[in-house]
Every structure is written in C-alpha cells, then in structure tokens.
Design a protein around this ligand. Structure first.
Ligand code: NAD
Length: 913
C-alpha cells in the first residue's frame, strides 16, 4: 500500500487583522472592505518560504525515522534562490542524509499537488522508499489590493511511502492548460492579475470540475465516494458554487481557511489536506485538488493507522498559537514593502564566505554540535577538545543534533541599539536540557515575554540578508515554547515520590496518572479486591495503571498490599523507598463500601469498613510520616466523604470511618507542622465503581474523576501551604468544609453552676452560630472556655452580683490610699491601671512610687499593667471572696502588660484591714 505516512503544517504565529489594512488604506481602496473580515497569517521579518517549509517538515517528521527518507520535493513560487537548490537548504536544515534526491517544484500554484503526485508515483514505481514533500509560499501583493487580503503565509509537509500508511493513495488525475489568470515574471515581486470575474468563471469554475470529474470517471466512482472535498479558492461564493457543480454537500467541503489564515499559495491545497487529515477517521475518503494552469487531483482513503500518529502541532495547533496584530505598517516593514532608515550600523559588510558556509554547513544550517563519547557531554559548536574541564578528551566528539533539544533561557538582553527590523533585538544564552548551551537570537517574542528559565525551542530562520548580492543567510534562533509562561508556572513533582493507595481504578488511578505526568515517581497501591473489599485480591489493577504511566513516559512501581494491616502499610512505604528512595506524598484513597441501615449492620461490616478507611490511613501514613519528619517535608491527603461530613442513610460504618479521618488529620497537622508536613482532606464526588449504583446515570456521566484530581494534586504540591483543611470536590466545583464553633454564652461558673433550667433559658444564645469561628486546635478551644469574650457573657448577669457591688467599686478606690502598705513599697515604681466594666465600672489609675500611693480617676499615661474585670467580680476579688489566681485562670480577670508586677498588688494593699 502506498500513501501518506505522516503530515505536518506550519502557519506563522503572526496574524494581521484584515480590518487594520482597511483602516489604513480604505480611503484609497474602499471596495476592499468586502473582504476585510477575519485575519491573514503573516511571516515574521525573519521567515520566508524556506523557513516555513523547514518548520512544517519538522512537524511532519515527528516520529519518522529520517534515515528512511530518500527524497525531498520542495514546492513554492516564492523560493529565495532562482539558482541554488532550495530543497537542498531544507534537507541540510533537517539533517537528512546526503544520498537523497532533492528537487524544487515551482512556477505554478499547483506545484504542491504536483510534487505530491510525483512523490507518490516514485514510491509506487519502487524508485523511492519514502519522500518528504514540503510546500510553502509567502506571496506579495501591492498595498490596498484585494490579494493582500486574500493571501496568507504558510506551509505543509507530507511524508509519502509504503510503510505505516495513514491515507492510502488510490489515484490521481491532472489537466494542464496555459490558462493565465495571473503570472509573475522572473525577477518581479508582484503577480500581475487578470480580471477576477474571468479567472473565476473560466478558470476555477471550469477547470477544477473538469479535473475532479476526470478522476471520478477514471476511478469509476461518484461524489458519494468522497467524504472530504479539498480544493482552494479564495472567492467565497465560487468555492461553494464549484462544490455544488460537483454535487458535493457543503459538509463535505473543507474550509478554505480564508477567515483564519488566507490562501497560502502553492502550499494551500496541502495545508487544507493536513487540516482534513487532522480530523479524519479511519475509512474517510479524501479528494484533494490543486489549481493553477490546470488542475491536479488526488484521491486517498484514510486507514486505521491515523489513530496511532504521534502528537503534532498541525494546522489546528498553529491556528491556536497565534498573535494577532493591527499594526499594518509593521506588516509592510516586515515584507520590505516600505523603506525605513536602518542607521549606519546596518551598513556593516554582510558578504557570506561560501567556503566557510560549506565547511560549517551542518553547524550553521543543521544546528549540529558535538557529543563527547568519553564523558557524554554535548556542546555547541563541536570542537576537537571536549569542553568538559574534567574530561578534555581529544577527537572524541560525534555529531549531536541540538534543533529538537528542549532548552531554557539562561541569560537574556533586549538591545535597543543593535540593528533590528523589529527592535529591540532580543538575544541571550540558552541552556539545553540534555546539556550544552549557546548564544542565540530570540524570535517570535517581545522583551516582556522573556524570563530566565523560560522554556524555549529552536527554530530555523533568516539571520541576515545581503541585498547587494541577493544572498540570504539562515541560522537557528530560540523562541518561547507555546504556553511557555504557563509551563514555567506548572506545578511539578520532579524528584518526588508519591504513594497513592487504591490507585488501581477510580479516583486513585487518575491521581497517580496526573502526578506521574507531572514528574512524580508513583507507587500505585491496590489490593485488587471486590467493591466490598472481599476476595483474595489481584495484581492486575495496579499493574495496569503502572503500565499506563510507563507508556506515557512516567515512572511507577506497583504494590498489591492490603492497607488494612500494619504489615501492608509498612510494605507499601517500603516499596516507595526501595523503588525510588523515599516518600514525599501520601494519598490515602483506598476504600470499600458495606452499606446497611444501622440496625441491620453486623459488626463484621462495621469492622471491615473501619479497617480499610481508618486503620488503612493509619497503617500507611505512620511509616511515611516518620520518613517525612526526617526529611522535613511531606504532603498527606486523607479521603473523607460527604457521607461522613454531613451524614447519609445506610452508611453508619462508612460515615464514622470517614469522619474519623478528619480527626486523624486534625492531630497530624499539628504534629507535622514543624516539619513542613501538610495534611489535608478531600471529600470527592466522582463516577467510580463505588458510586455507580448510588448516583443517577446522568450525574454519573458528568462526574469524571479528572474533575477532582486537580485539587488533590495541588494539595500534594509544595505550592500548597494549607494544612488541616477539608475540601469538597466534584464536577469541577470545589469548596471548603470546616468545623465552626459558635460564640455561645456563659451561663455559670464554679461559684454559681448553671442549672438545666438556665440552659433552657439561654438556648438561643447557646445554639447561635452568628459570629462562629474556626478553631485551630484544642488549646484555642480551651482558651475560649476559660476566657470568653465579654460580649459572650450576656448570660452572666444571671449570676447574681454581691448585693453591695454597685455601691462599692468607687469606694474601693477611695479607700485604696488608706489600705496602702508603704513599707512594702520601698524602691517600687509602678502604675496599675484598672478598667472595670459593668454598670458601676470605670477607669482608675493607682500609681505607687517611693512609698507613696496616688489614685486618680481615668486612664494613666503609661501603665505598668492593665487589669480588666467586671464590677461585681472586682468587688468579690477585693473582699477576698474571689481568689486572684482563680479570677485570672477563669478569665474573669484579664491582665495586660507586665503580669509579674501585677502580683505586687496583694503585697502593697490590705483592703481587709
Ligand atoms: P474505587 O472502588 O474505584 O477505588 C477504590 C480502590 O481502592 C479500588 O481500586 C480498590 O481495589 C482499592 N482498595 C480497596 N480496599 C483496599 C485495600 N484494603 N488495600 C488497597 N487497596 C484497596 O472507588 P473510588 O470512588 O475511586 O474511591 C476512592 C476513594 O474516594 C475511597 O476512599 C472512597 O471512599 C472515596 N470517595 C469516593 C467518592 C466518589 O464519589 N467516588 C465519594 C466520597 C468518597
């Protein structure tokens, strides 16, 4: 079987809003408004047909063994060299072997489909094994012309061979006429166009149907044997009309990409074909036509292999990765359509030494450096002596391709003084992930996009032009990876080890996959029992998930132990230590269900659920916690349930076990705090075997575990500083659940204990949740009991004050100088500030200095300590009825400032006397 074996595409990142052209030039050419919708693709200043062909071919070659290529056909009408083989430059840039046939196909818009037919014929004839066909165009049009709106820049690339065919070639047909709807004379920049109406009616509308019908007849099929009809035509109405003429429904007709890209010249049929292949399903039949001085038509049938192709950017990816501009003068400058003063620095000689270019062609065009076979150090450029100071071996370097190596920015600058078509000129040092670094120009970015550590990739671009001699120099530049900023910000687990219990299916499997995908080494634990925990267990669930992780390039180890036993828990953690050297993350996820209404619940159902959920979390977390403490880092996630948090009929055992995990978290968060061990709890809601018969089917379908995993993965990350919190998560909705403690009220104390009647009397205040707060630990709860806020003491008024309290507060302070024991005050200098609350309260300051005592009403300027107490309690305290220590520990007396000095009061005053 012969056909297409791979495909790729490239559309430049920049898009020009067509309305921006009209806004600048509409005064001159008002009719262009008719086609000023959407946007057209435009090359950056350093892009041309060759650089685009290289980019599309790299996309196409993902997963292709380059050594199998023995042909490269390049199609374009805008090749930079009229006599220097352009395909040869592309082949060198792609580092293809030298014994291939490289050919340029040009001088017609159907050059792309022509090259494709030639390649398919060559493979079919057995002359070639695998041929790479690349087509690209960057056509120019004069300003304010319809064609400036219609044209776009872009490229496509297809591999053609007989192994791993994704679209079988079933035939082709061609008609050739010297039909001159437009032409471009040698050496001219712009096309000369004949009247559009004529091109439409006599050209597109007659020649395309003739060629298509010719092929259908040849193959003895009708339009019903075509699922996708692909042909370019930038006249919108004509595009539809031709499809109608051919008897094709509109759904079959491939979009001509006018709104999002524009027509990409000789590449366009193949760009549209690539987009069709990106969406095609096995069995789909595609008919593709290329128009220009006749018409080429090809017919393909998509095979099952279409599903196995490796990921690529393709047309759809390029259309997403765009930057739209409305700066029309920039478009003109980038295409050299206006002249600007570039300064005298731009006059530096630019002649290229062909001798050096030949000697260094692999380095300059192919970005090939060296790799030391002695120490394994990659370096750019390749030299005789290894750059590694610890090695320094001579003549040990083999070729090493840097073009596809991921890199990051090490240093960068944005230079406003350097000559640049698009200032400032951004450049810097890039560090390749596999080793090696180089100084590189940056492209397709602005200064604001750059950041040290930003992930970059290398792209083949024009470096400089020598207009005097008509020579273009190419080299490799660095550009931010699409979404690089987001990538930098991505939560990663590189070097960390995660243990996920019950990860053989349901939620645990998704947690494990996501953690591994983000760099964690994962222990996939699963006992493999039945939903109710019964059975002898099975290795297959854990093994399947490990295989999934490994197939995606991740690292994982399986463990089949039962979490419900201490031995099982220890084995699970031992697996992590032995396979990966430690444990940083534990997700206690394993779970079973044994639902029964309470009176029917036998003790074994209670015990089994407790054993897996509660004991399981204990057995696994305990050995892990010890390792985390040693390391000073850890993240633990418990799995509770809404059934535990809020209750659910028939799940008494499950609810109790799930709620107990919250209690376990509450204490572990305290014990782990000092060691940066953070413990949180998730209450998930997701479709799994545990919920399949509990949830209604429509809800079940909407509850993917993938919608819960992001929260859990975040809780496992070092970016999560939260600890001791509970989160509900399901169907993409996440919220926090917490235990809140109401403000309550004081209804008595040890001197006047409350009665049930008093409790009843104050029930509303006791039960109220307004102003409730979350308490971090038991101590805080105790503190609140010991020292309730004054506003929560409303009920205390029911504790009868001493009958004469009201009368005596002021009197106490009047009597104070008399009660002062001067001899005890030698060398003492203190001010006691009393702030007495209650109806008879007020502020009094008692100053003791050099055996003297002065009492003043009001607030002292500077107090040694401030004592706050209610009027009735104050009277009881002074009268000796309420011991000072008891007043303090019960919270009735609050002391601020120097608490030690407050103890002098008892020594300095004798009120009883
Ligand atoms: P699931 O049945 O798909 O996954 C649980 C996994 O735990 C199973 O693969 C099972 O083999 C494994 N397992 C059971 N007992 C084990 C043991 N003793 N040792 C090791 N592995 C064991 O169910 P799921 O819905 O993915 O549940 C995951 C967790 O989430 C459970 O703790 C569950 O209680 C909890 N949860 C789930 C939901 C939900 O909506 N799915 C709701 C609330 C709580």
């Amino acid at each position: 079987m012969v056909g297409i074996t791979s495909f790729g595409a490239y559309i430049p990142r920049l898009r020009l809003d067509r309305m921006a052209i009209f806004q600048s030039m509409g005064w001159f050419a008002p009719a262009t408004v008719m086609v000023a919708q959407g946007e057209r693709s435009m090359c950056n200043w350093d892009e041309d047909s060759l650089t685009m062909a290289v980019a599309a071919s790299r996309d196409c070659l993902a997963g292709v063994d380059k050594t199998t290529l023995d042909g490269l056909y390049l199609a374009s009408t805008t090749l930079p060299f009229a006599d220097r083989q352009n395909a040869g430059i592309v082949a060198t840039a792609l580092n293809l072997k030298s014994d291939i046939l490289a050919s340029d196909f040009t001088a017609s818009q159907k050059a792309g489909t022509g090259a494709l037919i030639a390649a398919l014929d060559a493979v079919k004839a057995g002359d070639r094994r695998q041929v790479l066909v690349a087509a690209a165009d960057r056509r120019e049009a004069k300003a304010a012309y319809f064609y400036e709106m219609w044209f776009g820049d872009g490229a496509a690339s297809l591999c053609v061979g007989s192994d791993n065919v994704i679209a079988e070639f079933l035939g082709s047909h061609a008609v050739s006429y010297d039909f001159v709807d437009h032409y471009r004379a040698s050496g001219k920049t712009y096309d000369y166009m004949w009247e559009e109406r004529w091109a439409r009616d006599e050209g597109y509308a007659k020649i395309i149907p003739e060629a298509v019908n010719g092929l259908l007849k040849k193959l003895n099929i009708g339009m019903d044997a075509v699922d996708h009809l692909v042909f370019p035509c930038f006249f919108k109405a004509e595009h539809r009309k031709i499809a109608r003429l051919l008897g094709a429904d509109q759904e079959k007709v491939a979009d001509n990409l006018h709104e999002v890209c524009g027509e990409t010249g000789a590449a366009h049929s193949l760009v549209m074909l690539c987009q069709t292949l990106e969406r095609a399903r096995p069995g789909d039949r595609i008919l593709v036509a290329g128009f220009g001085q006749g018409c080429n038509v090809l017919y393909f049938k998509v095979t099952d292999r279409i599903a196995d192709r490796p990921a690529r950017t393709g047309v759809s990816g390029c259309l997403k990765q765009k930057k739209t501009i409305d700066n029309y003068p920039k478009f003109l400058k980038f295409r050299n359509l206006i002249q600007t003063e570039m300064g005298i620095r731009a006059e530096a000689p630019t002649q290229t030494a062909m001798t050096a270019l030949w000697r260094k062609r692999q380095m300059l065009l192919g970005l090939v450096g060296g790799y030391c076979e002695t120490c394994g150090t990659p370096q750019f450029p390749k030299t005789d002596i290894c750059v590694n100071p610890a090695c320094g071996a001579m003549h040990t370097q083999i070729d090493y391709e840097f073009a596809d190596q991921p890199a990051v920015i090490k240093t960068f600058t944005a230079d406003l003084l350097a000559v640049s078509v698009d200032p400032p000129h951004c450049y810097g040092m890039v560090q390749f992930d596999g080793g090696g670094r180089m100084m590189a120009d940056f492209t397709d970015c602005t200064m604001d996009d750059l950041k040290v550590g930003l992930p970059m990739r290398m792209v083949f671009r024009k470096r400089s032009e020598d207009p005097e001699r008509g020579f273009v120099n190419y080299f490799w530049k660095a550009t931010p990876l699409p979404g690089a900023r987001a990538l930098m910000n991505r939560i990663r687990f590189d070097g960390q080890v995660a243990v996920v219990t019950g990860a053989g299916g349901g939620l645990g499997r998704v947690y494990a996959l996501e953690l591994a995908q983000r760099g964690a080494q994962v222990v996939v634990n699963d006992f493999g029992g039945a939903r109710d925990g019964s059975g002898d267990g099975s290795a297959s669930p854990a093994d399947r998930v490990v295989a999934e992780i490994q197939a995606a390039g991740g690292r994982a180890a399986a463990n089949y132990d039962n979490v419900a036993t201490a031995e099982g828990g220890e084995n699970i953690i031992r697996t992590a230590v032995e396979a990966f050297g430690g444990v940083d993350i534990v997700i206690n996820n394993a779970g079973i269900l044994r639902d029964k209404s309470f009176t029917k619940m036998e003790p074994e159902n209670w015990d089994a659920v407790m054993a897996v959920h509660l004991n399981g979390a204990f057995h696994v977390t305990r050995p892990a916690f010890a390792l985390m403490k040693e390391r000073g880092y850890g993240r633990v996630v418990m799995t509770t349930s809404a059934a535990g948090l809020y209750g659910n009929f028939g799940q008494a055992n499950y609810s109790a076990a799930k709620m107990a995990l919250v209690g376990l978290m509450n204490t572990l968060k305290l014990e782990g705090a000092k060691y940066d061990i953070r413990v949180n709890t998730v209450a998930p809601l997701a479709a799994s075997r545990l919920t399949e018969d509990i949830l209604p089917p429509d809800m079940f379908a909407r509850m993917k575990p993938e919608l819960v995993a992001p929260l859990v993965v975040y809780l496992c990350s070092d970016r999560c500083q939260e600890t001791g919190a509970i989160f509900n998560a399901g169907m993409g909705y996440v919220n926090r659940a917490a235990f809140m403690t109401g403000p309550g009220t004081v209804v008595g104390d040890d001197m006047a204990p409350p009665t049930p009647e008093l409790i009843h009397q104050h029930w509303d205040a006791i039960n109220a949740m307004e102003g409730a707060k979350e308490l971090p630990d038991l101590t805080s709860a105790l503190m609140d009991l010991m020292a309730p806020a004054p506003q929560n003491e409303a009920a205390r008024t029911t504790v009868e004050p001493s009958p004469d309290a009201a009368l005596n507060v002021a009197a106490v302070f009047e009597k104070m100088p008399a009660a002062f024991i001067a001899d005890a005050a030698a060398g003492i200098d203190v001010v006691f500030q009393y702030c007495i609350s209650g109806p008879e309260g007020g502020d009094w300051a008692v100053a003791v200095k050099d055996r003297t005592c002065t009492v003043t009403k009001g607030l002292a300027e500077k107090a040694t300590c401030t004592l706050r107490i209610r009027d009735a309690d104050f009277v009881r305290l002074i009268s000796g009825e309420l011991p000072a220590m008891q007043a303090y520990t019960s919270g009735k007396l609050k002391i601020e400032g120097d608490i030690m000095k407050s103890q002098l009061i008892e020594k300095l005053f004798s009120m009883k006397a």
